[in-house]
Design a protein around this ligand. Sequence first.
Ligand SMILES: Nc1ncnc2c1ncn2[C@@H]1O[C@H](COP(=O)(O)OP(=O)(O)O)[C@@H](O)[C@H]1O
Ligand SMILES: [Mg+2]
Length: 272
Amino acid sequence: MSNASMPKIELPGIRNVLAVASGKGGVGKSTVAVNIAVALQMQGLRVGLLDADIYGPSIPLMLGVQGQVDQATTPLPLDRHGLKVMSIGFLVPPEKAVIWRGPMIHRALTQFLTQLDWGELDFLVIDLPPGTGDAQLTLTQTVPLSAAVVVTTPQEVSLIDARKGLEMFREVRVPVLGIIENMSYFMGDDGKKYEPFRSGGGARLARHCSVPYLGEIPIDARVAASGDEGTPLVARHPDSPAAQAFDRIAKVVRRELESAPAANPLPGLEMT
Ligand SMILES: Nc1ncnc2c1ncn2[C@@H]1O[C@H](COP(=O)(O)OP(=O)(O)O)[C@@H](O)[C@H]1O
Ligand SMILES: [Mg+2]
């Protein structure tokens, strides 16, 4: 389980490193990572976003920089929506599948985090690959994570894997700030609330595993459209219920890391 030969990277200029994880793919992990990062930025913090999802890097698409980065000439990390952004997808084009082994991941991360100019950051948000295999373990052991959040949908198949994710973080001693339930419900044109993936699963899992429940994100076509168009929902439709849910979660993340003994204090925070 331990990768003793792979030392942890030191990040003196970065105050908090937040991992966004999920047990399964397709639950909205990247959507959550991007929107929390932009929400923190809109709250006045200096934020970086690292897309470390080796299986399906999607941050370039979600921030509208897909295919626009020439590794030889583009200064990285990019500046986008006020964020510093780096993606493993800039290194390996999506159509070129690569089998990433532990040492390769370690090397790539070391390069991303120590050789690129991130400046001073209040938060670095990392979009982790889904699952709990060797790649994920290498990542969690290589990067000094302050904390993690786990994204799930309400349905059982997602919850089972989310629970494995929680257990992985416990094993590597990374505090889990809580569970975010995505795609919890949608409001129909008839004004009724629909719950296609059932309901209450995220809260139940949180209770069961004794971690906080950070809240639910509704299904909203604007979430998907904003992601595909390269401007995240919280920037594009800040008044939508989903954007406000992201904003609230970002505030809880700040408050929790601010009160954690290891974290440095952050600028004043008003809870709404
Ligand atoms: N709350 C939501 N409402 C509507 N669409 C969503 C929502 N969350 C995610 N999506 C869409 O679902 C798909 C999967 O989300 P993504 O963030 O890529 O998942 P993951 O990173 O877990 O694989 C994307 O097309 C995304 O736009
Ligand atoms: Mg993703």
